[in-house]
Design a protein around this ligand. Structure first.
Ligand code: GAR
Length: 230
């Protein structure tokens, strides 16, 4: 039986009628500190989304995000990349660990491994990523360094559905951050990260509330909410 959320909502309380909403199960993948994961898990609870972060998985046992998740009572474990000679085997072990939690949504939050096409296809339409650039500009690493070198006047972050192509896929939401005189990689990264903590929880909330419509490679919010934080 599906879990039911008692958001304004479930059951009957003090004479008021509530409608039960199914709880979406979220699994989050991290590689490091997991500040985006923390932002999502915290807002999921504090805002009473019809969802639960049921597990946090990492590709490295030392990922700091695992300890934070355990401290919150969230199941957390590593599927160590180093334990596998081939990427396909790592992908398969990771998928097995994810599937134990029966996710409706898999969220890549600073997960720094390239995932193979069969992994991506397994979670098609329910796999989100955040990348610290205005995609399709600057996929891959060192985005802020490359944006500064290119003389960009604005940078930002992108939440997107994942496709087999690296840092590519239907865009759910973007944030734009102006570049200021004197900015360096660190100052830009910090200002972009602050916007990531706004747009990623919002995008995940929209997903779990069935507000996103994916059609012809484009994502739109069903009720027309702005998909840009500028
Ligand atoms: C974030 O800036 C995220 O956009 C980036 O890694 C950082 C993780 O921080 N992701 C990528 O570069 C993916 N291509 P966090 O662990 O504190 O969330």
């Amino acid at each position: 039986m599906a879990n039911l959320a008692r958001a304004p909502g479930g059951g009957r309380e003090r004479g008021r009628h509530y409608t039960a909403r199914p709880v979406k199960r979220i699994v989050i993948l991290v590689s490091g500190r997991g500040s985006n994961m923390q932002a999502i898990a915290t807002r999921c609870r504090s805002e009473g989304w019809p969802a639960e972060v049921v597990a946090v998985l990492a590709d490295r046992p030392e990922a700091a995000g695992l300890a934070w998740a355990r401290g919150q009572g969230i199941a957390a474990e590593a599927v160590s990349f180093k334990a596998f000679a081939e990427r396909e085997r790592f992908d398969a072990a990771l998928a097995e660990a994810i599937d134990l939690h029966r996710p409706d949504l898999v969220v890549l939050a600073g997960f720094m491994r390239i995932l193979g096409a069969s992994f991506v296809q397994r979670y098609e339409g329910r796999l989100l990523n955040i990348h610290p650039s205005l995609l399709p500009a600057f996929p891959g690493l060192h985005t802020h360094r490359r944006a500064l070198a290119a003389g960009c006047k604005a940078v930002g972050a992108t939440v997107h559905f994942v496709t087999p192509q690296l840092d590519h896929g239907p865009i759910v939401m973007q944030s734009v951050v102006p570049v200021r005189a004197g900015d360096d990689e660190a100052t830009l990264a910090a200002r972009v990260l602050a916007t990531e903590h706004v747009i990623y929880p919002l995008a995940v909330r929209w997903f779990v509330e069935d507000e996103l419509q994916l059609e012809g490679g484009l994502v739109r919010h069903r009720r027309g909410a702005s998909q840009l934080l500028a």
